[in-house]
Design a protein around this ligand. Sequence first.
Ligand code: NAP
Length: 295
Amino acid sequence: MTMPLFGTLCVIGPGLIGSSVLRRLRAHLGLVDRLVVADRDPAVLERIRELDLGDIVTDDMQKAVENADCVMLCVPVGAIASVAAGILPHMKPGAILTDVGSTRRSVVEALTPHLRDDIAYVPAHPMAGTEHSGPDAGFATLFEDRWCLLTPSGDAPQEAIDRIADFWRAMGARIRIMDTDHHDTICAMVSHLPHLIAFTICGTADTLAEDMRAEVLDFAASGFRDFTRIAASDPTMWRDIFLNNSDALLSVLDRFSQDAAAMAEAIRKGDEKTIVETISRGRRIRRSLIENRQA
Ligand code: NAP
C-alpha cells in the first residue's frame, strides 16, 4: 500500500457512513493529504466544521470535486446517480469515483450514462451500519472487521480497484469483489429482508388496539426489542433500498413467505421434528456468525 492513498479525497454526504470514513481518516493521519467535505444542508456542514472532520467544507459540489483524486458519494441510493451526474463533468481526468450505496444494479444503470472514459468508477458497499444517521452518528471503528463488497464493472482499471480495496482495508474492512446481481441477491437476504420484517412487525404491533399496544411496549421481550432497533432506521434510506433492489428483495420475500407458511403448518399439525429442525438451523447460523467475527 502506498501512502497517502489519495492526495485529495472528497466525501459527499457526511452522514453515518461518510462521517465514519472521515473520523477514521482523522484518527489515522497520512492515509489522505486533504479532506474535502460537501453536503447540501448548511446545518450538516456546520456540524462537520465543529467536529473538524474536513479541511475544506462546502455546499458547492462542483468546486468540491474539481481537485479531488477520489470522490466518494455517501448519499442515499436514490440520490447517487443524480449527484454523480452533477459532479462528473467537473472531476479531474484520472480521478476515481466511488460510492457506498447498499444496492447496485439500478444505481449502476442510472449512473453509467453519465460516466466519462477518463474517470474510473468503483462502487464499494461497506456492510456496516447502525440505525442512526447524520454526522453525529458516525464513529471511527464502524468498519472494523466488517466486509466491504466491491462491484467494479469489467471496464474499471485494475489500479483503481486496488486503490479502493486498499482504502477500505485501511478503514479496517475485509474485501470481497463480486458482480452486481450477486451483490443485490446477497444483500436482499442478509440485510434488506430482515429490515422489511422488522418494519412490518413494528407496524403490526402499532396497529393493535391502543391498550394492547401499551402492553406490547411495556413488556417488550428482547426479541421484539431487537426488531425495534432495526426498525428505527432512516425511512428515506430504506425506501430507496427497497425500491432500488425490488426484484431481488421480492424474490427472497417470496421464499421467506413459503418457509413461514411451512413453519405455520408444522405448528398447526404439532410437527415437533420440523419445528425443532428449523430452530436448530437458526442456532447453527448464529454460532457460525460468532466464529466468523460477524456477530
Ligand atoms: P445518512 O446518515 O442519512 O447520510 C446521508 C447523507 O446524504 C446526509 O449527509 C444527507 O444530507 C445527504 N443527502 C441525502 N440526500 C441527498 C441528496 N439528494 N443530495 C445530496 N446529499 C444528500 O445515511 P447513511 O446511513 O450514511 O447512508 C449513506 C449511504 O450509505 C446510503 O447510500 C446507504 O445505502 C449506504 N449504507 C448505509 C448503511 C447503514 O447501515 N446506514 C450501511 C452501508 C451502506 P442531508 O442532510 O442534506 O439530507
